[in-house]
Design a protein around this ligand. Structure first.
Ligand SMILES: *[C@@H]1O[C@H](CO)[C@@H](O)[C@H](O)[C@H]1NC(C)=O
Ligand SMILES: *[C@@H]1O[C@H](CO)[C@@H](O)[C@H](O)[C@H]1NC(C)=O
Ligand SMILES: *[C@@H]1O[C@H](CO)[C@@H](O)[C@H](O)[C@H]1NC(C)=O
Ligand SMILES: *[C@@H]1O[C@H](CO)[C@@H](O)[C@H](O)[C@H]1NC(C)=O
Ligand SMILES: *[C@@H]1O[C@H](CO)[C@@H](O)[C@H](O)[C@H]1NC(C)=O
Ligand SMILES: *[C@@H]1O[C@H](CO)[C@@H](O)[C@H](O)[C@H]1NC(C)=O
Ligand SMILES: *[C@@H]1O[C@H](CO)[C@@H](O)[C@H](O)[C@H]1NC(C)=O
Ligand SMILES: *[C@@H]1O[C@H](CO)[C@@H](O)[C@H](O)[C@H]1NC(C)=O
Ligand SMILES: *[C@@H]1O[C@H](CO)[C@@H](O)[C@H](O)[C@H]1NC(C)=O
Length: 568
C-alpha cells in the first residue's frame, strides 16, 4: 500500500471514529462566509448577494436550516460559480443533509474530507469541471441521491463505496472518464434505486441478469458503453421502467421475450448495436413516446400495433432490414414530431396523418420501396423542416402546397417516378436551402417565383422533363452554390443574371436545348469551380471572360460554339 493511500485511509477512519460534534451557529456562519471567498460567482448570478452579516444565516439564498437554526441544506446549483469547493470546512456543518452544486464550473480534485459529510442524503456535484479521481465515499451511508454525472472525474470509480449506500434512490455517474470496468456488481444490491445513469462510463462485458431484480428502476441508462451480449430476459421484470437507454454499445441477439411486460416504458433507445430478429416484442409497449432502434439488423415488419400507439411522437428505425408497409395510422394520435425509417426495405404508401396534430418537423423515408402518391395532407404541415423521400417508387404529382411549406429546409424527392410541375407555391418556401428532385418525370416551366427563394443553396433538377426558359431573375439567388439542370428540355438563353449568383461553385446545364451565346457575366463568378454547358445548342464565340475562372471542370462540347479561346 502506498503512503498516500495509507494516509487517506487513516483520515477516513478518523472521520468514522470521531464523528463531528455539533457546530455552534458562530462556527456555521464562519464556514458559510468562507464560501463567497473560495468561490467566484459571476456578477449576473448574484449568488451571494444576500450572504451578509445583516441577514440571519438561515435566510442566505440557497441555505435551508433545521428547526434548531443549524444548516441543513446548501443548494447553489446553476449559480455560475467557479473555484474549488472548500469541502474541508463545509463538512464540519454537523446537520448538513443536502449539498447541491450542480451546473457550475467548479474545478480541482474533490477533497477526501468529503468522507466527513456523513449526514448527507443528497449530493449533487454534477455538470462541473472537476478533475482526478473520486475519493472514497463509503462513509456517506445516508445518501439517497448521488449526482456526479458529467463532472470531469477520471480514474477508478470507488465501486465498493456503493455497497453501504443501501438507501440510494438515484445514482447518476455518466459522462465521466472513469477507467474501463465490467458492470459493477455492487450496484445490484441497491434495491431502492429508481434512477441509474451510467452512460458513457466505459462499462464493458455483459449486462448481468441480476439487474432484473432492481424492480424499483424507473430510468436505466447504459448508453455509449462497450456492453456485449444480449439484453437479459430478466430485464422484463423491471415493470416500472419509464426510460431504457442502451444505444451505442455492441449488444447482440433478439429483443428478449418479456420486454413486452415493460408497459410503462415511454422512451426506448437501442440504436447503434447489433440486434437482429423482429420487433414483435414491442407490440405491447403502448405508452411509448419515443422509439429509436436505428443502425441495427432488425428484420420483419413494423408491427401494425405501432399505428395505435396514442403517445408516440418520435420514431427512428433507419438502417435496418425492415420489410412490408408502415401502419397507416402511424403518428395520427399524438403531436407526432419525427419519423426516420430510411434505408430499410419498406413498401406501400406513406402514412397520411403523421402531421395531423400540426407538430411534425421531420419526415425521413429515404431509400426504401415506398409506392403511391405523396399524401396531400403534408401540404398543410407548416412545421416541417425536412421532407426527404428520395430513392423510392413514389408516383403521381407532388401536392402543390408542399413546394411552399414555410419551414422546409430540405425537399428531397430524388429518384422516384414523380410527375407534374414545381408550382408557384415555391414563393412561400422562406427557409428552403436544398431542393433535390433529380431523376423523376417532373415537367413544366420552372416558376419565376423560384428566384425569390433567397435561402436556396442547392438546386438539383437533373434528369427530368422540365422545359421552357431558365427564370431571368435567377441572379437574385446570392447563396446559390450548386445549380444542376442536366438532362431536361430547358430552352432559350442562359440568363445574364446567372453571373450575379455570387456563391455559385457548380453549374451544370448539360443536355438541354439552350440556345444563344454563353453570357460574358459567367466569367465574373468568383468561386465557380465546375461548368458543364455541353450538349446544348449554344452558339457564338466563347467569351474571353471565362479565362479568368479557376475551373476544375469545364465542358462546352457538343454545342455550336466558335472556339477562339485556347484552354490551358
Ligand atoms: C436540535 O438540537 C437538539 C439538542 O442538541 C437535538 O436533540 C435535536 O435533535 C436537534 N434537532 C434537529 C432538528 O436537529
Ligand atoms: C445529471 O445531474 C443532474 C443534477 O445536477 C440531474 O438533474 C440529472 O438528472 C442528471 N442526469 C441524468 C441523466 O441522470
Ligand atoms: C462522454 O463524456 C465525455 C466527458 O467525460 C464527453 O466529453 C463526451 O462528449 C461524452 N460522449 C458522449 C457520446 O456523450
Ligand atoms: C459511442 O460511444 C463511444 C464510447 O464508448 C464514444 O466514444 C463514441 O463517440 C460514441 N459514438 C457516438 C456516435 O455517439
Ligand atoms: C471496447 O472493448 C474492446 C474489446 O472488448 C476494446 O478493444 C475497446 O478498446 C473498448 N472500447 C472502449 C471505448 O472501452
Ligand atoms: C411478464 O408478465 C407476465 C404476467 O404478469 C408474467 O407471467 C411473466 O413471467 C413476465 N415475464 C417476465 C420476463 O418477467
Ligand atoms: C423527439 O425528438 C425531438 C427532436 O430530436 C426532441 O426534441 C424531443 O424531446 C423528442 N421527444 C421525445 C418525447 O423524446
Ligand atoms: C388543411 O387544413 C385545413 C384546415 O385545417 C383543412 O380544411 C384541409 O382539409 C387540410 N388539407 C389537407 C390537404 O389536409
Ligand atoms: C458534362 O455533362 C455531360 C452530360 O452529362 C457528360 O457526359 C460529361 O462527362 C460532363 N463533362 C465532364 C467534363 O464531366
Amino acid at each position: 500500500m502506498s503512503t498516500a493511500c495509507f494516509l487517506y485511509l487513516l483520515i477516513c477512519l478518523l472521520c468514522l471514529i470521531f464523528p463531528s460534534s455539533s457546530t455552534s451557529s458562530v462556527e456555521e456562519l464562519e464556514i458559510l462566509l468562507n464560501l463567497p471567498t473560495a468561490l467566484q460567482s459571476s456578477p449576473s448570478s448574484a449568488a451571494f448577494i444576500s450572504w451578509t452579516l445583516e441577514n440571519p444565516l438561515c435566510s442566505f439564498a440557497g441555505i435551508t436550516c433545521n428547526s434548531n437554526g443549524s444548516v441543513l441544506e446548501i443548494d447553489l446549483s446553476g449559480k455560475q460559480l467557479s473555484g474549488e469547493l472548500p469541502l474541508d470546512s463545509i463538512c464540519h456543518l454537523s446537520s448538513l443533509e443536502k449539498l447541491a452544486f450542480g451546473f457550475n464550473s467548479l474545478h480541482g480534485t474533490l477533497s477526501n474530507q468529503l468522507c466527513r459529510c456523513t449526514g448527507l442524503r443528497y449530493l449533487d456535484l454534477a455538470n462541473n469541471r472537476f478533475a482526478g479521481q473520486l475519493p472514497d465515499l463509503s462513509t456517506l451511508v445516508e445518501l439517497h441521491y448521488l449526482y456526479l454525472n458529467n463532472s470531469g472525474f477520471s480514474g477508478a470509480f470507488p465501486w465498493d463505496s456503493l455497497t453501504a449506500m443501501t438507501n440510494l434512490v438515484a445514482l447518476s455517474i455518466g459522462d465521466n472518464h472513469f477507467d474501463s470496468s465490467p458492470f459493477p456488481k455492487q450496484i445490484l444490491g441497491l434495491r431502492h434505486l429508481n434512477w441509474l445513469y451510467m452512460s458513457n462510463n466505459s462499462i464493458s462485458g455483459e449486462i448481468p441478469p441480476e439487474l432484473g431484480g432492481m424492480i424499483e428502476l424507473i430510468n436505466l441508462e447504459l448508453s455509449d458503453n462497450n456492453l456485449t451480449g444480449g439484453i437479459p430476459p430478466e430485464v422484463g421484470r423491471l415493470t416500472n421502467l419509464w426510460q431504457l437507454e442502451l444505444y451505442n454499445n455492441s449488444l447482440t441477439g433478439r429483443l428478449p421475450i418479456g420486454l413486452r411486460n415493460l408497459t410503462k416504458l415511454e422512451s426506448f433507445d437501442a440504436s447503434m448495436n447489433y440486434f437482429d430478429g423482429d420487433l414483435s416484442e414491442l407490440r405491447f409497449l403502448t405508452n411509448l413516446l419515443s422509439l429509436q432502434l436505428f443502425m441495427n439488423g432488425f428484420s420483419g415488419g413494423v408491427p401494425e400495433e405501432f399505428g395505435e400507439f396514442r403517445k408516440l411522437v418520435n420514431l427512428s428505425l433507419y438502417m435496418n432490414k425492415l420489410t412490408g408497409p408502415l401502419p397507416q395510422k402511424l403518428g395520427s394520435w399524438s403531436e407526432f414530431d419525427f419519423i426516420d425509417v430510411s434505408e430499410n426495405c419498406l413498401s406501400g404508401p406513406i402514412p397520411p396523418d403523421m402531421c395531423k396534430q400540426g407538430k411534425m418537423t421531420k419526415l425521413l423515408m429515404l431509400q426504401n420501396g415506398f409506392t403511391g402518391e405523396i399524401p396531400a395532407t403534408y401540404g398543410n404541415c407548416t412545421t416541417l423542416t425536412r421532407f426527404r423521400v428520395s430513392k423510392n417508387s413514389l408516383s403521381g404529382s407532388v401536392p402543390a402546397e408542399i413546394w411552399g411549406l414555410p419551414a422546409l429546409n430540405i425537399i428531397d424527392l430524388a429518384m422516384n417516378s414523380l410527375e407534374g410541375p414545381i408550382t408557384v407555391n415555391i414563393a412561400n418556401a422562406r427557409s428552403l436551402a436544398q431542393l433535390f428532385v433529380s431523376n423523376n418525370q417532373l415537367s413544366g416551366k420552372l416558376p419565376d417565383e423560384i428566384s425569390s427563394v433567397r435561402s436556396l443553396v442547392t438546386i438539383d433538377l437533373s434528369d427530368n422533363q422540365f422545359f421552357g426558359e431558365i427564370p431571368s431573375m435567377i441572379g437574385e439567388l446570392k447563396r446559390l452554390c450548386s445549380l444542376n439542370m442536366e438532362n431536361n428540355k430547358f430552352s432559350g438563353l442562359i440568363p445574364d443574371s446567372l453571373g450575379s449568383c455570387s456563391s455559385l461553385s457548380n453549374v451544370n446545364t448539360a443536355r438541354n436545348l439552350l440556345t444563344g451565346e454563353i453570357p460574358r457575366s459567367l466569367g465574373s463568378l468568383p468561386v465557380l469551380n465546375s461548368l458543364n454547358l455541353s450538349n446544348n445548342k449554344l452558339s457564338g464565340q466563347i467569351p474571353s471572360t471565362l479565362s479568368s475562372l479557376r475551373l476544375s471542370l469545364l465542358d462546352l462540347s457538343n454545342n455550336l460554339l466558335i472556339a477562339r479561346y485556347q484552354f490551358p
